[in-house]
Design a protein around this ligand. Structure first.
Ligand code: AMP
Ligand code: MG
Length: 421
């Protein structure tokens, strides 16, 4: 059922934009990325994207060399990095000159911007362009409902222009401009239900929209599920500096110019590069076992996660540093490179976490040696559809600190009841 809705969306897309349905393998007119051997500590280049569409013997032999890898997702990873980078470019341009008219309220009163929609269109477009031979299923946050209303005409035109300009400036895809109808159809390609069977992309086109609106942290978060497990994840964090933010305050963060791209594939580790294309470096979570040396991340928005509960957990654990409060899955990215050792997330009772708010971050941290569980210590289960079914909250840290953290969480939860939504 999940697959059938997305296949319908794609076939409508194919009907509307014949250029997207071209079954010939896509050949980039210029190299998009240079891949680096994931097994090599010296990061020697092994192939460029211009060879990606022929079968990649180097990458498959690298994968075969590791007996724990049963399946390589190299091609999907390249496509995901391209998709998230292009979406990040659109978001950066919108954030630079955000207009009042670019921001709208969804039915649940949460904000959505032209960049959320534009990012979702670009990611879906690029994935389908780069992987033309693969069945496409996308579980994504936005849908076209509000944009189909009469009063949204101008907004839809603005999104369509932003997407077409971004594709044209990039120059990788020789396609005629997308129409407004194409844009609506592509947005709705994200309506898959996911689930335990087959492969599903999972996208938050702008995670941390409130941070995006403040000019702070946000992320384009893209993961891939295979048989219910997260096997790949990419986090584009346009406002996250390449340097550690362990003790940075928000003002210092806002001055950062770079922007990071984290990428992880099952059994291959987590890598970070700059959004403007520096060589990837392998990252690892902090290996501290001493809570006194550990700092912790939490949401900037107190409405998303109880600051008082995390304060009590940190105190019980013996954490000395003040919390680092930033928006979005940039927290998972920062944790994966050891900027802090703990991430605590405790929404109000009754809040249902969505898979796109955690899938990419989950594997970015796991492949960097960390672990994310619910408040009962159970692994996160991404196979249940669009929502995570979990107990109370999400906690993330390294393997050494997890037992002590779990005890502090459970003790604190006995003393403090989370408010209901
Ligand atoms: P963060 O930036 O880490 O606070 O998380 C951002 C995400 O929180 C958004 O993408 C929303 O999906 C999600 N969110 C929205 N409302 C709530 C809520 N009441 N409690 C927890 N998370 C929420
Ligand atoms: Mg989100």
């Amino acid at each position: 059922m999940a697959m059938s809705s997305s296949i319908t969306a794609v076939s409508r897309l194919v009907h509307l934009t014949p250029s997207i349905s071209n079954p010939k393998p896509f050949l980039s007119p210029k190299p998009l990325f240079t891949l680096f051997s994931l097994k090599s500590s010296s990061y020697s280049p092994i192939l460029s994207s211009s060879s990606l569409n022929s079968s990649s013997s180097s990458s498959s032999s690298a994968a075969a060399a590791n007996s724990s890898i049963t399946m390589s997702y190299d091609k999907q990873l390249v496509a995901a990095k391209k998709a998230a980078s292009l979406a990040a470019r659109l978001c950066q341009n919108v954030q630079k000159g955000l207009l009042q008219s670019d921001v709208h309220s969804k039915s649940d009163k949460s904000p959505v911007t032209v960049a959320d929609y534009g990012s979702q269109v670009l990611v879906s477009f690029v994935l389908q362009k780069e992987l033309p031979d693969q069945a496409f299923s996308l579980v994504a946050e936005e849908d076209s409902g509000d944009l189909r209303k009469e009063e949204s005409q101008e907004t839809l035109q603005r999104i369509t222009k932003l997407v077409n300009d971004t594709i044209a400036n990039d120059g990788s895809y020789k396609v005629s401009p997308l129409s407004e109808g194409d844009v609506l159809t592509i947005i709705d390609s994200g309506m898959s239900e996911g689930g335990p069977n087959g492969q599903h992309w999972v996208l938050d086109p702008i995670d941390g929209t409130k941070g995006f609106l403040r000019g702070d942290q946000y992320a384009i978060a893209l993961g891939l599920l295979d048989e219910g497990k997260v096997v790949l994840g990419v986090l584009a964090c346009p406002n996250l500096p390449l340097e550690s933010i362990a003790s940075a305050n928000q003002t210092a963060l806002n001055k950062a110019s770079a922007g990071c791209l984290f990428s992880a594939q099952l059994s291959c580790g987590t890598y970070m590069e700059s959004l403007d294309g520096s060589p990837p470096v392998k990252v690892h979570v902090s290996n501290t076992e001493n809570p006194e040396e550990a700092s912790f991340f939490e949401s900037y928005e107190a409405a998303h996660s109880s600051h008082s509960l995390s304060g009590s957990i940190a105190k019980k654990l013996g954490v000395k540093a003040p919390p680092v409060r930033i928006d979005s899955q940039a927290k998972y990215g920062a944790l994966s490179r050891g900027d802090g050792a703990i991430y605590l997330r405790f929404p109000n009772k009754g809040y249902r976490e969505k898979i796109w708010d955690h899938a990419a971050g989950y594997i970015v941290v796991a492949e960097a040696g960390g672990v994310a569980t619910d408040a009962a210590g159970e692994p996160l289960d991404f196979s249940k559809g669009r929502y995570l079914d979990l107990d109370t909250g999400i906690i993330v840290t390294n393997r050494k600190l997890m037992p002590a953290l779990l005890k502090a969480v459970q003790d604190s939860l006995k003393e403090e009841v989370l408010p209901s939504l």
